[in-house]
Design a protein around this ligand. Structure first.
Ligand code: ATP
Ligand code: MG
Ligand code: MG
Length: 554
């Protein structure tokens, strides 16, 4: 056997293959509820299920778990499909739990006929009280021993829309003394007079998750149904429903659980992400500060970086918190390989090169990506007046300051060596202009002795006359707390970082004029940026994806 470390989920499948399953039996699914956009936590589940599909050449269904019309929408279905595809995966078939409503209903009738389900007419409060506590058995509902005929007739009326929401439910008749609270006559159907995004008004009773999920797995002949740990206690119920309705000759799906993945300084819960959208804390589900896949994409993340991150963290048996810096490590690692380099100055100060001829413009050649020779070269215009970053100049500085200081020299990236001679200031003492001289023989790549001369610092720059002004959106963490939704006494909304977005104007080299929405670049010495879809032909908008180094303080 190849030397390869398998995660515990893969071990489960391997064991099954040794004990009677054939590879043709294997089938998986990714089952999102279309009640929001997918987030980085879902990426773990997607990579796990589709990864198994690739590993065993087995089909993986994309199944929408759409049993709650109150929260589900077509918009979410579309967004989920787009995100799974963007991550790089292809599903075998697109399925909907709602396609199984009739089959589920028929099976529910079967359960009623077997005396295994009944209609309860109590309030949800009364039923909750009767459930008892984990250490005390519950009390039977007064409706528990209704006749089959009565149950069939009332269930029919439920289906026909004769009852108000909250007045009737169908319950499985299991065991009100079970040590597993979920087995104490769980609800299978409730009345909801809501239009469903697919079945519209065909139904006014909707099946519960536990009743739906295992049966859907069975209908699709999913061999392994992997879900997160909070469903561990549901497994007994999942199995009970399968025992009651399935044909033993067919493959019986099995549910197994793995840990949810949480990311630091954010939330990964559709409900909480929806709250951020609805309360306008962010501009939408795809706001670049969101932990959603669409937000990460808009921020400039590549699918490769997300898949590498998910691979690295692996599949765990216990819930834990992963630091966002690990995600960013994989992001930088990939962007470094694929991003074209460009120059942009975000906090400019003007440099005048006094011995450079006025009105002259020359085109300097520069490489597009030192990590990738095939990326080629481009030309950037150079002239007498350029911008550099304010922080790259000091009037006085110690020997460790390798940037520009009065009397000191630096090389302009792909250009000349300049020397700062003096600077002019406004009445408040702010530097307005730095006056420099340049060494005409020092041009990079010209092969002269002067061009090879080593100076300590190299600065990025942009010609003032040619600079392209662009809106630059700088992002910080959306939450100030590492784990905002785990505090007992405080709501996660209390930890919103008020300074998570800063908008500035940047001055970019003119080659960026034709940059298209979604294109990614490295602004040399600063970080990675990508073109935001808000860009227009008049004004480009860039998102800062991530800095070159991890600069966030712990
Ligand atoms: P949310 O609370 O965000 O709505 P969910 O689990 O209800 O999460 P689903 O749409 O039901 O969302 O999730 C689809 C699949 O993705 C499920 O199998 C679920 O267990 C898995 N999943 C969801 N969140 C995570 C996470 N943080 N880490 C790993 N897997 C996850
Ligand atoms: Mg769910
Ligand atoms: Mg949910």
């Amino acid at each position: 056997e190849a030397v390869e470390s398998l995660n515990f989920i893969e071990h489960i499948v391997e064991e099954d293959l040794k004990n009677g399953y054939s590879e043709e039996d294997l089938r998986f699914r990714f089952p999102p509820e279309p009640n929001g956009y997918l987030h980085i936590g879902h990426a773990s589940s997607i990579c796990l299920n589709f990864g198994l599909g690739l590993r065993y050449n087995a089909p993986v269904n994309l199944r929408f778990d759409d049993t709650n019309p109150a929260k589900e929408e077509q918009e979410y279905v579309d967004a989920i499909k787009k995100d799974v595809e963007w991550l790089g995966f292809t599903w075998d078939t697109e399925r909907y739990a709602s396609d199984y409503f009739q089959q589920l209903y028929d099976w529910a009738i079967e359960l009623i006929n077997k005396g295994k389900a009944y209609v309860d007419e109590q309030s949800s409060e009364d039923m909750a009280i009767q459930k008892g506590t984990p250490t005390q058995s519950g009390t039977n509902s007064p409706y528990r021993n209704r006749s089959v005929e009565e149950n069939l007739s009332i269930f029919q009326k439920m289906k026909d829309g004769e009852f108000e929401e909250g007045t009737h439910v169908l319950r499985a008749k299991i065991d009100m003394a079970s040590s597993n609270m979920l087995m104490r006559d769980p609800i299978m159907y409730r009345v909801l007079h809501k239009s469903h995004h697919r079945t519209k008004t065909d139904w006014c009773i909707y099946p519960m998750y536990d009743w739906t999920h295992g049966e859907s797995d069975y209908i699709e002949q999913v061999s392994h149904s992997f879900c997160t740990l909070e469903f561990a206690m549901h497994r007994e119920l999942y199995d009970w429903f399968l025992d009651e309705v399935t044909d033993t000759k067919k493959l019986r799906p099995k549910q197994r659980e793995f840990a949810r993945r949480n990311l630091s300084h954010t939330v990964v819960s559709k409900r909480k992400l929806l709250q951020l959208v609805e309360q306008n804390v962010v501009t939408g589900w795809d706001d670049p500060r969101m932990s959603t896949l669409s937000g990460l994409r808009r921020r400039g993340y590549t699918p490769e970086s997300i898949r590498n991150f998910v691979d690295t963290i692996g599949i765990a048996k216990r819930d834990n918190l992963i630091d966002v810096s690990l995600l960013e490590f994989h992001l930088r690692d990939h962007l470094n390989k694929v991003s074209p380099r460009v120059m942009g100055v975000l906090d400019p100060v003007k440099v005048v090169i006094t011995n450079y001829p006025e009105g002259e413009v020359e085109l300097l050649e520069t490489e597009n990506n030192p990590e990738d020779e095939s990326a080629g070269i481009r030309e950037v215009p150079f002239s007498r007046e350029i911008y550099i970053e304010k922080e790259d100049f000091r009037e006085e500085a110690n020997r460790k300051f390798f940037r520009l200081k009065l009397g000191g020299e630096v090389r302009l990236k792909s250009g000349y060596i300049i020397k700062a001679e003096s600077c002019t200031k406004d009445t408040d003492g702010n530097i307005i202009e730095i006056l420099c001289t340049y060494d005409p023989k020092s041009k990079s790549g010209s092969g002269t002795e002067e061009s090879l001369r080593k100076v300590k610092g190299t600065l990025h720059w942009v010609s003032v006359a040619h600079a392209l002004e662009a809106e630059i959106r700088l992002y910080d963490r959306l939450f100030t707390d590492e784990s905002p939704d785990t505090h007992k006494d405080k709501d996660f909304m209390e930890f919103i970082n008020p300074d998570s977005l800063k908008v500035i104007t940047g001055f970019l080299e003119p080659s960026l004029a034709n940059a298209k929405s979604g294109e990614r670049f490295q602004f040399q010495r600063i970080g990675y940026f990508c073109v935001d879809p808000d860009s227009t032909s008049e004004k480009l908008v860039f998102n800062k994806t991530v800095g070159l180094r991890d600069t966030w303080a712990k």
